[in-house]
Design a protein around this ligand. Structure first.
Ligand SMILES: N[C@@H](CCC(=O)N[C@@H](CS)C(=O)NCC(=O)O)C(=O)O
Length: 305
């Protein structure tokens, strides 16, 4: 008897598509990121990573996941932690730098940000932005409370971000903005989830000045680049998602983005926007000072996107 509950392939997108028994890699179907997406991991070329003069070596790009770490490093420096000085090397993910052997040795998952702490021998390797933020917070005893309840709340929200943002970027952003054609089902599914997450954040920020309570912590640094960007037009979706509804998130975005360390961290390893407002690589505070001075003279503060 025919399975009447099975979807009619005519309704599939593209019409008539039936998943084969075994998936095989069709290189042409990957859309905008076809040149970097692969179904296997590992290095594709032999390439050592450069190592600069500081103990902390960051290999990254100025995406939301990347700037979480540069914001933290700039916050640490602003708070007087001199040993947080760092070299930030640019990893151009669109050009496949994340598949070089040196990068893969630090991050077998081939994604930015990745970091190495050379203050110990052999250096400690770090990948996953959440792991890097916790490592730095513990190393410097900053932006992470020690009291159990407050510390647990920071971890709750940090892990919330790490688990939630892929639905925003890889789900909503991908299907609304990047996919080669619009799929109503996918856009509806991920728009709903993105708005649900914004509402979770809005309700939390209605009760607290910062995400995990009264204190500004690594939870804010992780969440701001993603949800701040959503409120300020990421994926050209501000109107579509009616982001003006999230008044408490908006208030928090203004507070966080006004911090000088946040403004500094957000321009490191940038590869888009006006060239004179980018710091492609950072090896010294002066690399950022120069660009910030220019931006201040022009009355420009980096918009959230
Ligand atoms: N969960 C990871 C996600 C990192 C991630 O997705 N990085 C992206 C840029 S934002 C990347 O490197 N993509 C390159 C690729 O997928 O090949 C983290 O938070 O560090």
């Amino acid at each position: 008897m025919a399975d009447t509950t099975a979807p009619d392939p005519a309704d599939n997108q593209p019409a008539g598509y039936v998943p084969p028994k075994v998936w095989t890699w069709d290189k042409a179907s990957g859309g905008q990121f076809a040149n970097i997406n692969r179904p296997v991991s590992g290095a594709t070329s032999e390439k050592e990573l450069p190592v600069g003069k500081h103990a902390l070596q960051l290999y990254s790009m100025g995406t939301p996941n990347g700037v979480k770490v540069t914001i933290m490093l700039e916050e640490l420096l602003a708070a007087g932690h001199k040993d947080a000085d760092y070299d930030a090397w640019l990893i151009r993910i669109g050009e496949g730098d994340q598949f070089g052997s040196g990068f893969v040795a630090i991050n077998p998952n081939s994604k930015i940000p990745a970091m190495a702490d050379h203050s110990v021998d052999p250096p400690i390797r770090l990948f996953e932005s959440g792991s890097i933020l916790v490592y730095l917070a513990e190393k410097f005893g900053a932006f992470l409370p020690t009291e159990a309840r407050a510390r647990a709340e920071v971890f709750n929200w940090l892990m919330w971000q790490m688990g939630s943002a892929p639905f925003v970027g890889g789900g909503f952003g991908h299907f609304y903005n990047y996919a080669p054609f619009k799929i109503e089902y996918a856009i509806n599914r991920y728009a709903m989830e993105t708005k649900r997450q914004l509402d979770v954040l809005d309700k939390q920020l209605a009760q607290h000045e910062f995400v995990a309570g009264d204190e500004y912590t690594i939870a804010d640094m992780a969440i701001f680049p993603w949800y701040g960007n959503m409120l300020r037009g990421a994926y050209n979706a501000a109107e579509f998602l009616s982001v003006t509804e999230y008044k408490n998130v908006d208030r928090w975005v203004e507070t966080v983005s006004a911090r000088e360390a946040v403004q500094r961290g957000r321009i490191v390893n940038l590869t888009w926007g006006p060239e004179e407002h980018r710091v492609p690589e950072r090896h010294d505070a002066a690399d950022i000072d120069r660009v910030r001075a220019l931006m201040q003279a022009e009355g420009v503060s980096k918009p959230a996107v």
